[in-house]
Design a protein around this ligand. Structure first.
Ligand SMILES: [Zn+2]
Length: 86
């Protein structure tokens, strides 16, 4: 079976594969990611750069980071919604 990587759609990556999946609340996603990219995937590196440009400190809202490796994926960070880290 062929493993499909998610690809980053931000211009600087131009379709490079995205090996880190992550999850942030919709509110943060909308504040950080420009409209034209919202329905697509954006890698963590690009997301971080966009957040920096907009001055959004998203890390305390980050709920999950996944390593999406060849043929499998594993959580490397995850916390429940109710926990709000600093
Ligand atoms: Zn990217």
């Amino acid at each position: 079976m062929k493993w499909e990587y998610e690809r980053c759609h931000a211009p600087r990556c131009r379709g490079r594969r995205n090996i880190f999946g992550y999850h942030v609340p919709d509110e943060i996603w909308k504040r950080v990611v420009p409209k034209k990219l919202r329905g697509r995937s954006v890698c963590l590196t690009c997301f971080d750069e966009m957040a920096q440009r907009k001055g959004v400190k998203y890390l305390r809202w980050m709920r999950m980071i996944l390593l999406v490796g060849h043929g499998n994926q594993a959580a490397i960070f995850s916390r429940r919604k109710s926990e709000k880290g600093k």
